[in-house]
Design a protein around this ligand. Structure first.
Ligand SMILES: Cc1cc2nc3c(=O)[nH]c(=O)nc-3n(C[C@H](O)[C@H](O)[C@H](O)COP(=O)(O)OP(=O)(O)OC[C@H]3O[C@@H](n4cnc5c(N)ncnc54)[C@H](O)[C@@H]3O)c2cc1C
Length: 569
């Protein structure tokens, strides 16, 4: 059996050694049969050198870089042009761009720790140790280009300076020169101001980031086909991916030929019920909520699997503990960005009414990147997921002075979930439960179907009392830093359910560090690339900027690699 040129080229890599000997591409497997087959008589409706599937953060970067490396590029996008809100646009807009003058070996060590944990003494095994070293090397080399590259797309782009490493004690963190920025055209960053409908000069957060990428796409005249969800990949007899079948407006099936390669950048599976059940911890459907695009339904994962792709860290989530509302998309509830967990005059209790943690661990410090794991813990004594949901409980002082959900981005900023600064719209809709007394609030929680009648009014009242007493004494039973005014002192009282979740899932398709898709035996599927949340490189610890940063670095890499291939046929 002959191997394609690409398979031969790539088979030389150490990464592939284990599987290369057996890499002969034999007849169709069951999963391959789900994909379309290219034959000599295949009629193509459109063609390009590189076809990018998904016009989000990673897709835009892949498309621009492929174009700049000499490829004719076509982007296929599922959403309508007038309702195009990918996660990159809905995002907070924080992205990595380390100082090029930092120590490169240190930057690599820091990347390795976050991407795989290989160099952390307490990590039992690396998350993706076959590729982590090369992945970290690529990140250390190219992430420093992020800011200058974005400025080259649009010189008016004026990001606000963010901060340094979230884990200053990690290997290399101190002298790595690591930095993150927040996207902006005004030089300012404000998470509470929606800028979707403002002129470009006032845009901030993900909206500003997407405006910068869109400028790069428009200046290069890269064609975007909106309202055209990709359905399947097309494979030829050599096992190469040579095109995409999509549904164009008017329900028309089109075949798009990709002369050099296809880059899948369709995001995560936040709004795909079956994938959530398959991959997420605990009850994947009812135990979780996400606050990004409802059109991220794992399509790319399904398409790549159908041509034989393996999975890597498929259950990974960029999450914490967030509030959710009864509004649903694809049968799954919308979450809201809830950076207020742990704020003064608030606590979190489980479904029985008991506190179980220092709430600040959800919103601040490095624990926040793992806090979703606490929310899906199974209670062996109660034989129940007693923390699904948990409840953020607060008093009138919090309600009247703080906005629970971030207004500037995410599901609220993009109008998927209505919210008002005084939180009263959510109270009036019954999304936030209200009681004049704690007993009344406990009764309302009990009547909520997700509580499953688990709440015990006395446990609940005791939890609030102990917290209030602790605030008065300046000492909390869970070691939360408290002061006298932090208690839940002013009625009425309120509660909203919290679930594990956040911006996006981060796991999925197995790929090399160069972002070539591989099967379960780590053999490359030629001409197929991935980038973005479909294959999040920061597998072990996702911190600020870990979504957008790698979407730029590795989206560009995937686009560049696809563009450099020789056209097939
Ligand atoms: C509210 C929110 C806040 C965030 N804040 C930050 C932050 O501050 N910093 C950070 O680093 N990360 C953040 N993220 C994550 C970040 O947005 C993503 O990591 C980044 O956008 C890369 O995502 P992506 O390109 O994989 O997906 P997206 O940007 O979501 O793009 C995927 C695209 O694929 C399209 N698509 C899906 N299926 C198909 C199909 N079948 N055919 C064609 N097109 C399809 C989608 O419509 C979408 O346009 C945030 C995310 C959210 C939701």
């Amino acid at each position: 059996m002959t191997k394609s040129k690409d398979t031969k080229r790539l088979g030389r890599r150490a990464f592939l050694k284990a599987g290369a000997g057996a890499a002969a591409l034999t007849g169709l497997t069951a999963s391959e049969a789900l994909a379309a087959k290219a034959t000599k008589s295949t009629r193509w409706d459109l063609e390009a050198d590189v076809v990018v599937v998904g016009f989000g953060g990673a897709g835009a970067c892949a498309a621009i870089e492929a174009h700049d490396n000499g490829a004719k590029v076509l982007i296929i996008e599922k959403q309508r042009a007038d309702h195009h809100y990918p996660d990159i646009r809905m995002a907070g807009g924080n992205f990595h761009s380390p100082d090029p003058k930092g120590n490169r070996a240190s930057l690599k060590a820091m990347g390795l720790a976050q991407m795989s944990g290989d160099n952390l003494p307490w990590k039992l095994e690396g998350e993706q140790n076959e590729i982590a070293d090369e992945l970290a090397e690529l990140w250390a080399t190219h992430s420093v280009e992020n800011l200058p590259w974005l400025m080259s797309l649009d010189p008016e782009f004026k990001p606000a300076r963010g901060g340094g490493p979230a884990f200053p004690d990690f290997p290399g963190a101190k002298d790595s020169g690591y930095r993150w920025y927040t996207a902006s055209y005004s030089g300012k960053a404000d998470a509470d101001v929606p800028t979707k409908d403002l002129p470009k000069a006032q845009k901030m957060n993900g909206e500003a980031f997407f405006a910068c990428l869109s400028t790069g796409i428009a200046n290069r005249k890269i064609k975007v086909m909106y309202e055209t969800p990709a359905q399947t990949l097309v494979k030829n007899d050599n096992g190469e991916i040579v095109g995409v079948v999509a549904t164009a407006p008017g329900n028309k099936t089109i075949r798009v030929k990709a002369r050099r390669g296809v880059v899948l950048t369709t995001g995560g599976y936040e709004f795909a019920p079956t994938m959530r059940k398959a991959f997420l911890e605990g009850p994947g459907v009812e135990g979780w909520a996400f606050y990004g695009s409802p059109d991220n339904t794992g399509d790319g994962i399904e398409m790549a699997q159908a041509v034989g792709a393996g999975l890597m860290g498929a259950g990974k989530v960029n999450g914490r503990l967030i509030a959710a509302v009864p509004l649903r998309a694809n049968g799954l509830r919308h979450g809201v960005v809830t950076d207020t967990v742990g704020a003064p005059n608030t606590i979190v209790v489980d479904n029985t009414g008991a506190r179980y943690m220092n709430e600040l661990m959800v919103a601040t410090g490095n624990s926040r990147y793992f806090s979703y794991k606490a929310a899906v813990a199974f209670d062996l004594n109660k034989m129940d997921f007693a923390r699904i949901p948990s409840w953020m409980v607060f008093d009138e002082t919090f309600r009247s002075t703080k906005t629970l959900a971030s207004m500037g981005f995410g599901s609220v900023g993009f109008g998927l979930v209505p919210w008002t600064h005084d939180n009263m719209d959510a109270v009036n809709r019954g999304w936030i439960l209200k009681g004049d007394t704690l007993e009344e609030l406990a009764a309302k929680i009990k009547a909520h179907k997700d509580n499953r009648s688990l709440i015990d009014a006395k446990t609940f009242a005791d939890a609030v009392k102990r917290f209030n007493d602790g605030c008065a004494e300046g000492k909390d039973e869970f070691d939360r830093k408290v002061k006298a005014t932090d208690g839940l002192a002013k009625p009425p009282y309120y509660a909203i359910p919290l679930y594990a979740g956040g911006p996006s899932t981060g796991g999925g398709i197995a790929a090399t560090a160069q972002r070539e898709v591989v099967d379960w035996r780590r053999r490359i599927i030629p001409r197929l690339y991935v980038a973005g949340e479909i294959c999040q490189p920061f597998r072990y610890i996702y911190t600020t900027g870990c979504g957008i940063g790698p979407a730029v670095t590795f989206g560009r890499l995937a686009g560049r690699n696809a563009a450099k291939l020789k056209a097939w046929g």
